[in-house]
Ligand binder design. Structure first.
Ligand code: PGA
Length: 256
């Protein structure tokens, strides 16, 4: 099966001009896609500009609308959809050609995003027919207690984030141990494989469905092959090393 490799640009690059250039260069370099589906997830304002430059690659969004937490001022209602000022709804993203939506990234969770909000976002996004990349992962304090504790943490996160979601056909899980994100200190491939297997087994039990699991956290051109080769890991979520097209090209080539 094809690996899925997602470039998570986060809040980069600084200008629209640079985004257009990076999208164009990435699209030009990343050509052989027989074994990999490659997704570019730029900041929201750059989505249409980046889409214009992509002929081989898919478009992703880094997040989707924020439902107002219970008890707060209710968000405006447009038809059946609940949207908040300054946010982008699943339908709006879909209309821009977005295919994948990242939800629950640890940097959003660090801003106070709860499992309840993530659950709501995932539900609405799946309903519109987009693919959801649900990010999960344990902090260092949990990992220090051992792999069993980390597994329990991740399983509970998934259970809460997928509450009352029964159809997970369009769902992917990105396992991103928080301590490995942006630190240059990736997980050991064998530990990531074990976690990916554990996540898959848990979802087969709870949802009777197979799910694809990506690894994220300091993936680079040197370690990519070790993460992408095992059958348990179906792709990668790449942050920093997706910002230079030549680095990202090497990562994608590791899947080929
Ligand atoms: P990184 O980011 O590759 O820079 O560690 C990964 C992510 O945050 O998705």
């Amino acid at each position: 099966m094809r690996e899925i490799i997602i470039a998570n640009w986060k809040e980069n690059p600084k200008t629209a001009k640079e985004a257009i250039r990076l999208a164009g260069e990435t699209n030009r370099r990343v050509k052989n896609l027989k074994n990999a589906e490659v997704v570019i997830a730029p900041p929201h304002p750059f989505l249409p500009l980046v889409k214009n430059r992509l002929s081989n690659l898919e478009l992703g969004a880094q997040d989707v609308f924020l439902a107002a937490p219970k008890g707060r001022a209710s968000p405006s209602r447009t038809g059946r959809e609940t949207i908040c000022i300054g946010e982008a709804s699943p339908r709006q993203l879909k209309s821009l050609g977005v295919k994948y939506v990242i939800i629950g990234h640890s940097e959003r969770r660090a801003l106070g995003e709860t499992d309840e909000i993530i659950n709501k976002k995932a539900k609405e996004t799946l309903k519109i027919g987009l693919k959801v990349v649900l990010c999960v992962g344990e902090p260092l304090s949990v990992r220090r207690k051992g792999r069993v504790a980390a597994g329990r943490f991740v399983k509970n996160q998934i259970r809460r984030d997928l509450k009352s979601i029964s159809k997970i056909k369009n769902l992917l899980i990105a396992y991103e141990p928080i301590w490995a994100i942006g630190t240059g200190r990736a997980d050991k491939p064998e530990d990531a494989v074990e976690m990916a297997r554990f996540i898959k087994e848990s979802l087969v039990i709870s949802h009777k469905s197979k799910v694809r699991v990506l690894y994220g956290g300091s993936v680079n051109s040197k370690n990519a092959r070790a993460f992408l080769s095992p059958k348990e890991i179906d792709g990668a979520l790449v942050g920093k090393k997706s910002l230079k097209a030549s680095d990202f090209q090497k990562i994608v080539q590791s899947a080929i």
